[in-house]
Design a protein around this ligand. Structure first.
Ligand code: F0G
Length: 482
């Protein structure tokens, strides 16, 4: 494990890369930020980057690419069928993920669509450690239901449990028996469980899930979108693997799954995705859907240049120096916020820092979307764009009732090798200020609510004039500062 100590005793993450291409950012005045919020329906998805200073919406497709990825893009072999770029990618999938058969898709949710169309039907139940929005939407759209089976520890915000993403093995067996194995098309394990704060599962837990999958003859599907980070935390936190390489840990995990799918927008710092397996039957069952939904089997809707970037990105996932950069910045941010008393998910996970709107905005009822309100307020006072991961991101039940989220979080994504430490310090400073002034944040209500995945394009408005009070306090404390 690489660790760089400072003579002065300070404990800060050191960048082990240099910046060679930069993009100018815009920190617009607070009055413009208020206008932008109104234009975007108080939904950070609908802000435009010209109004955003630090874009912490997601790491999806926003990780910095390496020089080698950019160079590889130049040798892309554009061919509708049989391209050499695809052959290189196939080899990378086999080398890194250990799967012989690879089906390309344009992004992660396309894999979820295909797996759901192929295997989920009315009456199906898919047990999982926790849902991801798009995975759940595809399963329910195809008539299935999901069961989320985390241990109680996963929902504890201030915890030191190393593997909050673990599947509850006892509950898993119970639910398989209750619904009968024939109604369980697959078990889904999500690496670095996104919606509970980027929390990993242990290899031991995955082995236990595998044993139940074998016992009941059910396929095990691994969502590997954040597999690199999960593997890195296994190396840091699971005794058995402390001397293993990233390559060994990743292979150990993918070997345990029948089907591995991923969003390359995350896994390999590119764009694209895939489904892979060593089971030729599975491959044949899914093959026909690729030309139907995605594109020919040797590009699957991904541009050849991105295929080349994906290939190099997959190999770079094995580089601990690269993969540890985002988690170490996240840890720095989480620990600093925690010291200032800001409620934040602990231990620090991957993808981003997750601040707890349920506590910060305890005065806002879930029916007025505390996490949505906090995300909007943070943008207003800082130009930082985070993402609501609470009840706005939940879908209504089959009768149209709200289903309030277990957690009301604002996720501040830290894409790989994108931000500098002074930018992270700015985030810490503004979140801290907002926490001190949290009583000024008010609720939101929907004015436009799409029926599916409403958080993407939904429009909201503040329930009263709280934005003006927040701006007044900002001016009082910061004067003319942006
Ligand atoms: N699975 C996980 C665990 C994800 O985090 C995502 C996307 C997907 C599947 C879907 O992949 O976007 O390529 O279609 N997560 C993004 C995020 C959107 O912001 O966390 P996709």
């Amino acid at each position: 494990m690489q660790e760089i100590k400072f003579f002065n005793g300070e404990n800060i993450p050191l960048e082990l890369h240099k910046v060679r291409v930069v993009q100018k950012l815009h920190l617009v005045p607070i009055e413009r930020r208020l206008e932008a919020l109104h234009e975007g329906g108080f939904n950070t998805f609908k802000l435009k980057t010209k109004d955003v200073f630090l874009d912490m919406l997601t790491d999806s497709g926003t990780n910095a690419m390496s020089d080698n990825q950019m160079a590889a893009m130049m040798q892309a072999d554009d061919a509708y069928a049989g391209s050499q770029s695809f052959e290189r990618l196939q080899k990378a999938v086999e080398d890194v993920l250990g799967k012989k058969y690879y089906l390309p898709v344009h992004q992660g949710r396309a894999a979820e669509n295909i797996l759901s169309v192929a295997y989920v039907k009315n009456g199906s139940l898919v047990p999982m450690n926790y849902h991801f929005t798009t995975a759940m939407a595809h399963i329910t759209t195809n008539g299935g239901k999901i069961a989320e089976l985390l241990y109680d520890e996963a929902y504890v915000i201030n915890s030191d449990h190393p593997f909050k993403g673990n599947m509850n093995i006892e509950k898993l067996e119970e639910i398989i028996k209750l619904h009968e194995p024939k109604n369980v098309p697959f078990i889904r394990m999500e690496a670095s469980t996104n919606l509970i704060g980027g929390q990993p599962f242990s290899v031991k837990n995955l082995r236990d899930v595998r044993a139940l999958a074998d016992k009941y003859g059910i396929r095990l599907v691994l969502d590997a979108s954040l597999l690199g980070e999960n593997a890195y935390l296994v190396m840091k936190r699971e005794e058995e693997f402390k001397n293993s390489t990233m390559a060994e840990i990743i292979k150990t995990m993918t070997d345990l799954a029948d089907i591995v799918y991923f969003s390359a927008r995350k896994l390999s710092s590119s764009r694209g995705g895939g489904i892979c397996t060593n089971n030729v039957e599975v491959y044949k069952e899914l093959e026909a859907y690729i030309p139907l939904y995605e594109g020919f089997l040797t590009y699957g809707g991904i541009s050849s240049r991105e295929i080349e970037a994906m290939t190099v990105g997959l190999y770079e996932t094995l580089d601990e120096t690269m993969i540890s950069q985002s988690p170490s910045f996240i840890k720095y941010l989480v620990d600093s916020l925690d010291k200032k008393g800001v409620p934040v998910i602990k231990p620090a996970g991957v993808l981003g820092a997750h601040i707890d709107a349920m506590q910060i905005c305890a005065h806002i009822p879930q029916s007025e979307y505390p996490a949505g309100a906090l995300a909007a307020a943070l943008y207003l006072i800082s130009g930082i764009r985070g993402m609501e991961r609470g009840s706005v991101s939940n879908q209504r039940d089959e009768y149209g009732n709200e289903t309030y989220a277990d957690m009301e979080l604002v996720r501040l994504a830290v894409p790989r090798r994108v931000f500098t430490l002074s930018q992270i310090k700015y985030v810490e400073d503004r979140v801290h200020w907002l926490y001190q002034n949290r009583h000024l944040i008010g609720g939101l209500r929907f004015v436009y609510e799409p029926p599916v995945l409403r958080f993407f394009m939904g429009g909201l408005e503040p329930v009263n004039d709280w934005t003006h009070q927040l701006i007044a306090k900002f001016k009082e404390d910061f004067g003319e500062s942006l």
